[in-house]
Design a protein around this ligand. Structure first.
Ligand code: THG
Length: 367
């Protein structure tokens, strides 16, 4: 692939100087912003993530801030997950759906207060949908994209690194909870969350002023822990079954097709715009669903378009993400498979860009 032309529209982040100094080798574009994808190599980065600790510039996980008495009502309009039990201090992974039950995004919602939320979005322009709803429903809420940039610390040594910078209080933060912690006089939201299965934290950095000081403090404190700059890792996230909006699912898919049924309480999510549509399809159940797929043979090429999944002549699904897994010594993949062929152990053929391969519907994701 050719290079990306830098421009004002392709936004840099408060950490871009650190990312470049660390020798970033490739970027993707996510929410119109730079997202690093490779530092040494995807495989080297993968081994290191699973053994040590990394600092990730995930500023592209942009926030939509909702402020005002109707903030909670507006979030509930958008999701079939029942939010009544959610307390300030909690984060929830939320399917966001339109009036047909189609997925518009799969953010992490951060409930700062009853009347103040951050929706930490995946790669789609959700802001306009949210603004449209707030205006159309005449809600008493302000909607905007504040300058808040998440910095993730991920890997088995995350607790030690974070404790070195923020103190031992970070160890007490529970999964998908957050605390307010001080860094050089700035109050930061620090959550135990992140786009890997290796454990870690996300620091919501407000403004760009302390971006590089925080980056540098983590890098210095982590020297003895072999800290490195990293990024969401393709291999690790496929092993863990972490979905990527736009790749593994689109607005043509319901949350149930995406395997996100466990994050839906459609019966009791009163107010959700997609509720009727989802209740209708829930009666029958989904006819296709996300599955872990194992692909035989040597390392597959990069998956930059859907690869058809076939049973004989018949197309029964598609693979949307795939990579060679050094730990499992096979190609791991995420696909959408029709009900008739989604049982574990079903043998299929996947038409990769380099030709057909044998594939197997796997029982579960790998990690
Ligand atoms: N963190 C924050 N914002 C984000 C992401 C993130 N925005 C974009 C993208 N990632 C959104 N997608 C996901 C996908 C999966 C998870 C979080 C965001 C995730 N899932 C866990 C799992 O499936 O094991 C746990 C979910 C749970 O149990 O509640 O973490 O990573 N800020």
């Amino acid at each position: 692939m050719a290079l990306l032309s830098p421009s004002r529209r392709l936004r840099r982040t408060p950490f871009s100087d650190g990312v470049e100094a660390a020798g970033v080798k490739a970027y993707t574009v996510y929410n119109h912003m730079l997202l690093p994808t490779v530092f040494r190599s995807v495989q080297e980065d993968y081994h290191h993530l699973k053994q040590a600790v990394q600092v990730w510039d995930v500023a592209c996980e942009r926030q939509i801030e909702l402020r005002g008495p109707d903030a909670g009502r507006l979030v509930q309009l958008m999701t079939p997950r029942d939010l009544r039990s959610m307390l300030p201090g909690q984060c929830f992974y939320l399917p966001i759906v339109d009036e047909t039950g189609g997925m518009l995004n799969d953010p992490v919602a951060v409930k700062l207060a009853e009347d103040r939320w951050w929706i930490s979005i995946a790669d789609s322009d959700l802001l306009y949908w949210v603004k449209g709803l707030a205006y159309g429903y005449r809600l008493d809420v302000l909607v905007d994209e504040p300058d808040v940039s998440p910095l993730a610390v991920q890997g088995p040594r995350s607790d030690d690194l974070m404790a070195a910078v923020f103190g031992d209080q970070v160890r007490d933060i529970r999964f998908f909870r957050f605390a307010h912690l001080d860094f050089q006089g700035h109050d930061l939201v620090v959550a135990r969350s992140g786009y890997s299965k290796q454990g870690g934290f996300e620091i919501y950095v407000e403004g760009e002023q302390i971006g590089m000081p925080l980056w540098n403090a983590l890098m210095e404190a982590g020297q003895s822990m072999d800290v490195r700059a990293g990024c969401p890792n393709l291999i690790e996230r496929i092993e863990g079954g972490l979905l990527s909006y736009g790749n593994d699912m689109t607005d043509d898919n319901t949350p149930h097709e995406c395997g996100l049924g466990k994050f839906c309480n459609t019966q009791t999510a009163i107010g959700c715009i997609g509720r009727d549509a989802l209740l209708r399809v829930a009666k029958e159940g989904p006819v296709k669903q996300i599955r872990a797929i194992q692909i035989d043979g040597p390392a597959v090429p990069g998956c930059d378009r859907w690869w058809p999944l076939k049973h004989g002549e018949k197309t029964v699904g598609r693979v949307s993400s795939a990579a060679w897994s050094p730990d499992f010594q096979t190609n791991v993949a995420i696909g959408m498979v029709r009900m008739t062929h989604w049982d574990a152990g079903t043998e299929l053929t996947v038409e990769t860009i380099d030709g057909p391969r044998q594939a197997l519907v796997h029982e579960t994701f790998w990690a």
